[in-house]
Design a protein around this ligand. Structure first.
Ligand code: FXY
Ligand code: ZN
Length: 362
C-alpha cells in the first residue's frame, strides 16, 4: 500500500514528507494505522548519522495507533486494538529469555540496522529499499511492526498521547521504578529535565522519595519539574550542583539519574551521592573521567547503566497508563502536538528546549 511518511534521505537533512510503499505484514508482524508518534533525541541521532542507520530511512520509534491487520502467526493483538509501539528485541537470546529485552544481544542490529527482525525490508520508494527503525518506523501514516514491539493499551485514554511511553517516558520512569527502586523516604537527584528526566521525577514522586532534586539550565523546565514533583530545583549554570545537593540532603542523595549526556555530569551524579548511593546513567556518554577509588570505591557507591528503563514494555506501559489515569503520572504536561508536515519544526523546538516532548500527529 502507498502511505505518507517523513523520509530521511541524507545525513543531517530535513525530513521530507513523501509517499512510500509499504509491504504486507509477514507472519509475526502487524500493520498499524499510526495515530501519532513522539519525537525522541535518538531520532535526531539517527538523522544526523551519529548512529549509522542506513539511509534513506523512515525514522520514528514512539508510535501509537490502531491495529489494521495482523500476520498469520500473531496472537496477542487483533484488528481494532489500540497499541503503543516500543523497541525491538529478538525474544530468543539469554537476556530476552530472562526478562530483559532492552539488553537483547541483537538490540543494535534490530533497532538501528534498518531491517525488520527477519532481516528484510518492508518499505520501498521508487523500487529501492528504505530502512525501518526500531521495527516500527512510526513517522508515517501506517507502519509495519513486529508483534514483540506492540503493547495493547486501554481504549479510554487519548491514543495520540501514548507513543512516548514506548521510549522516552518509559526510559525515565522505568529507570526509577524498575532499576533503582528507591524506598519510600529515600532521596534522589535527577540531572536534566527533558522528557526522560521529568519522567524520572514523576516516578520518584510515585514511590514517595522525600527529596527529589531536579537539575537543569532552563528555568522553564525547572518550573515544570517542581510542578511534577521535584522538591528542590537547581540551575546548573548558577550553582555548584554537587555542593548544593550535599547541603540540601546532609551529605548526598541515595540515588541519581543522569539524563543529559553531558560527560562531566556522569561524575557529578556520583559525587552527589551519599555513601552506598547508586547513580543510573541513561544519557549516552562515551568517555569521561572518574577517580574510581575516590568517586566510587571508597564510599561503596555504584554507577549503573539502564536502557529503556529496564522495562518489559507489555508489562510496564499499562502500569504507567494506570498511574496516568489516576493522576499520579501526568506526563501529558510534557507534550506539544505538531502535524506530520511540521516535523522539522518539532525537532527544532525540541533542540531549542521550547518543547519537552513533541508528538507529531498523522
Ligand atoms: O531512544 C531510545 N533509547 C536508546 C535505545 C538509548 C540508547 C541509544 C543508543 C544510540 C546508539
Ligand atoms: Zn527514544
Amino acid at each position: 500500500m502507498k502511505v505518507k511518511a517523513a523520509v530521511t534521505h541524507g545525513k543531517g537533512e530535513d525530513f521530507q514528507i513523501e509517499e512510500v510503499e509499504l509491504a504486507d505484514p509477514t507472519a509475526n508482524e502487524v500493520l498499524v494505522k499510526v495515530v501519532a508518534s513522539g519525537v525522541c533525541h535518538t531520532d535526531a541521532v539517527a538523522r544526523d548519522q551519529e548512529v549509522p542507520v542506513p539511509l534513506p530511512a523512515v525514522l520514528g520509534h514512539e508510535g501509537s495507533g490502531i491495529i489494521e491487520k495482523v500476520g498469520s502467526n500473531v496472537h496477542t493483538v487483533e484488528k481494532g486494538d489500540h497499541v503503543v509501539l516500543s523497541f525491538s528485541s529478538c525474544g530468543h537470546c539469554e537476556n530476552c529469555l530472562s526478562g530483559h529485552p532492552a539488553y537483547c544481544l541483537y538490540f543494535n542490529d534490530l533497532n538501528f540496522g534498518g531491517k525488520m527482525n527477519d532481516n528484510t525490508n518492508r518499505i520501498k520508494q521508487d523500487g529501492e529499499s528504505v530502512s525501518s527503525f526500531f521495527g516500527q518506523s512510526s513517522f508515517g501514516t501506517f507502519a509495519i511492526a513486529n508483534e514483540r514491539n506492540v503493547v495493547k493499551v486501554d481504549k479510554d485514554v487519548d491514543l495520540a498521547l501514548l507513543g512516548p511511553l514506548g521510549c522516552g517516558i518509559q526510559t525515565g520512569s522505568g529507570t526509577v521504578l524498575n532499576k533503582l527502586q528507591p524506598n519510600f523516604g529515600e532521596t534522589i537527584a535527577v540531572f536534566g529535565c527533558g522528557a526522560v528526566g521529568l519522567s524520572a521525577v514523576m516516578a520518584a514522586k510515585i514511590v514517595g522519595c522525600s527529596q527529589i532534586i531536579a537539575i537543569d539550565v532552563h528555568e522553564s523546565r525547572l518550573e515544570l519539574a517542581k510542578e511534577l514533583g521535584a522538591t528542590h530545583v537547581l540551575n546548573g549554570k548558577e550553582v555548584d550542583t554537587v555542593e548544593e545537593i550535599r547541603k540540601l540532603t546532609g551529605g548526598g542523595t541515595n540515588y541519581a539519574v543522569e539524563t543529559t549526556s553531558v560527560p562531566a555530569l556522569a561524575r557529578q551524579s556520583v559525587q552527589a551521592l551519599k555513601p552506598l548511593g547508586i547513580s543510573a546513567v541513561v544519557g549516552v556518554t562515551q568517555e569521561t573521567e572518574f577517580n574510581v577509588f575516590e568517586d566510587i570505591m571508597a564510599l561503596g557507591k555504584g554507577l549503573v547503566g539502564a536502557i529503556e528503563g529496564n522495562a518489559i514494555p507489555q508489562l510496564f506501559i499499562p502500569k504507567l497508563i494506570a498511574y496516568y489515569k489516576n493522576g499520579q503520572f501526568p506526563f501529558d504536561k510534557l507534550i506539544n502536538f505538531y502535524e506530520l508536515e511540521d516535523i522539522n519544526q518539532a525537532f527544532a523546538d525540541s533542540k531549542q528546549g521550547t518543547t519537552v516532548k513533541p508528538i507529531v500527529k498523522m
